[in-house]
Design a protein around this ligand. Structure first.
Ligand SMILES: [Zn+2]
Length: 141
């Protein structure tokens, strides 16, 4: 599988850690949006798109997507204030929507994305062609 297009949407200034959103096209036929470029403590890294799993079904205790009104496991109604999961492991609340399953492909993906990000960051801040509304659509953070 090859990366055929990478589009970088810089987000600098709003969040110190979140540097950009990236849309990646694979083999000209498959697109993954909302991959994030994040400034870690030592280096930049990428975060795959994920959804917050927060609303616990009172009937079966299945963790549903944040904001869900009905349980996707048993179909029961979820109260709007259904318990936020209290956990010290923040990652437990997020599930990747799409992600590489081999280390090699993850490294290839990350390398290509960070290259594209650095190029975009170096050439100016006004290149993102999408409106801010489009850039933020679907982003839950
Ligand atoms: Zn349920």
């Amino acid at each position: 599988m090859e990366i055929t297009e990478i589009r970088v949407f810089l987000k600098e200034g709003q969040d110190k850690k979140l540097k950009a959103y990236v849309t990646v096209t694979f083999d000209n036929v498959f697109v993954v949006r909302n991959i994030k470029v994040v400034q870690g403590s030592e280096a930049l890294f990428i975060a795959m798109p994920s959804r917050k799993m927060k609303n616990i079904c009172p009937g079966c205790h299945f963790k549903n997507e944040a904001g869900s009104r009905y349980c996707s496991h048993c179909g029961g109604t979820i109260p709007p204030d259904a318990g936020e999961i209290k956990t010290t492991d923040a990652k437990a609340d997020h599930r990747d929507i799409a992600h590489p399953i081999t280390r090699q492909f993850r490294e290839y993906l990350q390398t290509r994305i960070l290259e594209a990000y650095k190029k975009e960051a170096a050439t100016g801040k006004c290149s993102g062609s999408l409106s801010s509304a489009e850039v933020t659509s679907g982003v839950e953070d």
